[in-house]
Design a protein around this ligand. Structure first.
Ligand code: PEP
Length: 251
């Protein structure tokens, strides 16, 4: 029997200042219904501590959007795993396509970030996903497999307990275009099989695989009905507190 968790995660990207973040949490905490989902929210670095403090008595986990691969050092503007850990953060998003694209995060850097996070007992949400041209060329499975292999296959089976995967086709992020439930399911099943082939059915059955890419209240239910979709990583629609609550209710 699979142990995998249902998760709805919010990625706020570079949105919401402190006052906006406060307003969100005040409403969210008052209006959240019972849910079988684990709720994760990733605000900006400047809001992390406050968000952590405001939600510590509620079933809401505050997550970082990024961290540096080194333990410490002369890296102006960067934040380390140890710094996150010191304010209570226990999970980080790594490999988001915006980080890969705009901040030149390669598979090699990402595999180092993964290593450093886990060495500091920080769990990861690892994002993978193809661009539109990869899909048009029929290379989407190959590309996703290489991101998995290069980013995560240095881990041992036990370390996979600290990993959540987010499949986020780049062509669906922030574009309003969602992968159909069938397209998403097909890729999630492929990801699970790739993990099973490298490790075991046990490892792959227990890893939560989230879908990300223009998830909204209107399409969430159909996506969540797919057997290999264990929840969502939500960008734009997570900024609107009511939309985010509706997406959680769809699970
Ligand atoms: C994301 O940034 O991870 C994301 C999925 O964004 P959006 O929901 O806006 O497509």
């Amino acid at each position: 029997m699979s142990q995998r968790k249902k998760i709805i995660a919010a990625n706020w990207k570079m949105y919401k200042d402190l006052a906006e973040s406060n307003d969100f949490f005040t409403f969210f905490i008052e209006n959240l219904q019972d849910t079988k989902a684990e709720i994760l929210i990733a605000p900006s670095f400047t809001n992390l501590w406050h968000a952590f403090d405001a939600t510590r008595e509620y079933p809401i986990e505050i997550v970082a959007q990024n961290m540096h691969e080194s333990e410490e050092g002369a890296f102006t503007g960067e934040v380390s795993a140890k710094m996150l850990k010191s304010i209570g953060i226990e999970r980080v998003i790594l490999g988001h396509s915006e980080r890969r694209e705009y901040f030149a995060e390669t598979d090699r850097i990402l595999s180092e970030k993964v290593r450093t996070a886990l060495a500091n007992e920080i769990k990861i949400i690892f994002c993978i996903g193809e661009k539109l041209e990869d899909r048009k060329d029929g290379d989407h499975f190959k590309l996703v497999e290489s991101q998995l292999r290069n980013g995560l296959f240095h881990l041992n089976a036990k370390q996979w307990e600290s990993v959540v995967i987010a499949y986020e086709p780049v062509w669906a992020i922030g574009t309003g275009e969602t992968a159909s439930p069938e397209q998403a399911q097909e890729m999630h099943q492929f990801i699970r099989k790739t993990i099973a082939d490298k490790y075991s059915n046990e490892v792959s059955d227990n890893v939560s695989i989230l879908y990300g890419g223009s998830v909204k209240p209107a399409n969430a239910k159909d996506l969540f009905a797919q057997p290999d979709i264990d929840g969502a990583l939500v960008g734009g629609a997570s900024l609107e507190v009511e939309s985010f609550i509706d997406i959680i209710s769809a699970l």
